[in-house]
Design a protein around this ligand. Structure first.
Ligand code: ACO
Length: 334
């Protein structure tokens, strides 16, 4: 996968979570469920929910500002903004263009990327390719979602799972031997029906009927998605490690997509990585789709848990169906 020898890595990270917390106990008042069921089956205790006036670009911009500050660069130094999201403010303009305006990143090109929960990692690989090929020097990649806006709060199969949030990373050239060492991206479009928002696009344009039939909300076959996730998470990480010339034993920190603790545990088991090397925050935030990996990454970096030279593996799966993994040799710190 490596185009040339230019080393590309993450030079700054940031994250933002809306303040409002919705606990499992709160959901017990809305649908027939229990804290016990939700925690046992998913590992989720609570999630964040954006208020009515807040859109995805608002929280994306906040995470981006933190990533720019962490990288020690100005918005004008950014050449490209990629936003991974399935909950854009509107069909168009893109969230990336709205963020570009908010940040006053006037030298940046901007576009959104649609790969659901795999979107941030897809975005990192796209960003890295632009930098390796010499087209751009610094790229801002954001994963941001307000999934609370496309959840049917009467459907206990889905409303307990998701949350809102944003995470961001600035990618640029780094010291030789550091940064992105290996990647794996994949898709299986035959599984598209397992997880989707059926209406509001060109297949089923918005109508009174689509609204009445709740076709603008997330529809999911949870059991099938679960089976796919368990299979693909470990496989994707192994392929990215192969691409890097490494084996799973070299992992210092595994940052999986935060969908369900049982999926995370099975990926860790498949890779034989002890859980103390696995980042878990699904209990606090639920599944924030494209935002989950960059939020977990930013919080892990800020906590000091990742040291320069550590092998960090990002791995996720999502609607599409898609999967993505990226192996990094952490380049910041002493
Ligand atoms: N509270 C109480 N009972 C519930 C709830 C709930 N919130 N939800 C479902 N149940 C019931 C079901 O109706 C079922 O009852 P029944 O046996 O009488 O029919 C029973 O609990 C078991 O249901 P299952 O669906 O078999 O439960 P399972 O253990 O598989 O857990 C879950 C369901 C949590 C959805 C799991 O399948 C899962 O996590 N799947 C992956 C989902 C996922 O990760 N989606 C996001 C993908 S990423 C992206 O791109 C957005």
């Amino acid at each position: 996968m490596t185009v040339n020898n230019k080393a590309v890595g993450i030079i700054g990270v940031g994250s933002y979570l809306p303040e409002k917390i919705v606990t499992n106990a709160d959901l017990e008042k809305v649908v027939e469920t229990s804290d016990e069921w939700i925690f046992e089956r998913t590992g989720i205790k609570e999630r964040r929910v954006a208020d009515g006036d807040t859109a995805t670009s608002d929280i994306a911009a906040k995470a981006a500002e933190m990533a720019l500050a962490d990288a020690g660069i100005t918005a004008e130094e950014i050449d490209l903004i990629i936003v991974a999201t399935v909950t854009p403010d509107m069909s168009f303009p893109s969230v990336a263009c709205l963020v570009q305006d908010r940040l006053k990143a006037k030298n940046a090109a901007a576009f959104d990327l649609s790969a659901a929960c795999s979107g941030f990692t897809y975005g990192m690989v796209v960003a890295s390719s632009f930098i390796k090929s010499g087209v751009y020097k610094k790229v801002l990649v954001i994963g941001a979602e307000t999934l609370s806006k496309i959840i049917d709060w009467e459907d206990r199969n889905t409303c307990i799972l998701f949350g809102d949030g944003a995470g961001a990373a600035v990618l640029g050239q780094v010291e030789d031997g550091y940064g992105i060492l290996g990647v794996e991206l994949g898709a299986d479009g035959s599984g598209g029906d397992l997880l989707k928002v059926p209406a509001g696009g060109s297949r089923q344009p918005t109508s009174i009927e689509t609204c009445n039939n709740k076709l603008h909300f997330i529809h999911m076959n949870g059991n099938e998605v679960f089976k796919f996730a368990v299979k693909v998470m470990g496989e994707a990480a192994v392929k990215a490690l192969d691409d890097a010339g490494l084996d799973p034993e070299s992992i210092d920190c595994l940052i999986p997509h935060q969908a369900n603790i049982r999926i995370i545990q099975s990926a860790a088991k498949r890779l034989k990585v002890p859980m103390d090397k696995v980042v878990v925050n699904v209990d606090k935030y639920g599944n924030t789709s494209a935002a989950s990996i960059p939020i977990a990454l930013a919080e892990t970096v800020k906590s000091g848990r990742v040291k320069k030279g550590d092998i960090v593996v990002l791995v996720g799966f999502g609607a599409g169906l898609t999967w993505a993994s990226c192996v990094l040799k952490w380049c910041k710190g002493d």
